[in-house]
Design a protein around this ligand. Sequence first.
Ligand SMILES: [Zn+2]
Length: 389
Amino acid sequence: MSLSGVEPAAGRGSDVEIAALSLILMHGPVSRTDLAARLSLSPSTMTRAVKPLLDRELVHETADSFEGPGRPSRPLVGTPGRRRYIGAKLTGEQVFAVATDMLANEVASTTRELASHEPRAVADAVADTVRELAGRHGLDGVGVALGGSTVDGRSIDRAPFLGWRDVPLADLLEERVDAPVIIDNDLAALTAGEHWFGLGRGLRDFAVVTIGAGIGLGLVHDDTVVRTRDVGLGPAGHIPVEPFGARCSLGHRGCASAVIAIPALEAQASVALHRPVRFEELLEWARVGDPACVDIVNTAARATGRLVALVANLAMVEVVVLSGEGLALLDVAEPQMREQLAADRDPEAHELDIRLDRGGFPLWARGAATIAIQSSLRRLLTEPASSPD
Ligand SMILES: [Zn+2]
C-alpha cells in the first residue's frame, strides 16, 4: 500500500487515516516511523493521521516502548474493543456464523440449516444467525462469504452450489438486519482473514491453499488479496497433480479436486471398501494400516505436496498457508506431502515456509468477519465519536 505524489491531507476518514489504520491492524505492533516510511508521509502528517485512531480507541500504544533512531517510540496495535462484527459462511446446506471483535477474535458462533436455496429463504436464515449473535449489541458490520463471485460486494453474479445468478444478497440482508452488509467470495475472504488476523499476518506476499469440499487457492500480493472474475470457479482445483488419478466432473484426469478434495477421497475409499466411507473414517483406517486407505491418503498427500510446489513455483511466494477441513490428511501423511514438495522444488530454492492453519471450518466465517471489518474502517472514522454503548 502506498500513497505517492503530493502529501495528502489527513482529514477525518481520509485515505491516509484508512491506510494507517489498515497497516496497524494487519502489521501491528508498528511504530509511527515505520508507518510514515511505508506510506511515504512526513512524521507530522503521520502523527495527525494516527490521532483520531487513538481518540476513537481503534488502536492503542503498546506498553513496551523502545528507543528508535532519535526519539522514543511506542508501537501501535489494533484494539479488539467493543465493536461487533458477524461473519457468515454459506454452503449448500447451512449458514455458519461467528460474532467477532474488531480483530476478528471469535466471541460466539451459531448455525442454521438451509430449508431451501430460494434467495429470500437463505437471507432469512442468515438474518436469523445475525439476530441471534447480535443480541442487544449494536453491530458494526456483517460479512457473508460463499463459493461464488461478486463484482461489487453486494450482488452475487454466480453461485453454482445454490443455483444462483444475479442475486442481490446484500440488499436482501439489509432489509432484514440493522447493519451494513458486504458479500465476498469465500476463498478471497478466508485469504483476507489469514492476511490480517491469521498465519499470514505481517506478510506482504503469500499463498493460501485450502483443502476441503473443494480445492482453493488464495493469493496475497503486495498486501492485497488478488481477486479475479473467475475466483468463484475455483480454477486451482483443476490443476493436474496426479497422472493416473481419478477424473473430476469436468473430465480432467488427476486434477487436484479429483485427487485431494474430501468428496473424492470418500468416493475412492467407498469403492475400495465396498461401502460408504466418511473422511474421518478413511483417516482412521489409514492410521491403522489398511492398505487401500493408506494408499488413498498417501496419494492425496503427495498430490498436495505437488500442488503446493506448483503454487510456490508459479506464484513466486515463499510462504504457503494450508487451511481447510481436509488438512487432517496431513495428520496421517505429512511426510509424504513434504517429500513430494521437496522433489518438485529446485534444490537450491529457498525452503518454503509451510504454515498449517488447523482452525478448520470456522476460518471461513472469520474470513467473512474480516471483510466486514475491512469495509467498516471509513465508517468508523467518520461516524460521530461517541462510545459504542
Ligand atoms: Zn478438474
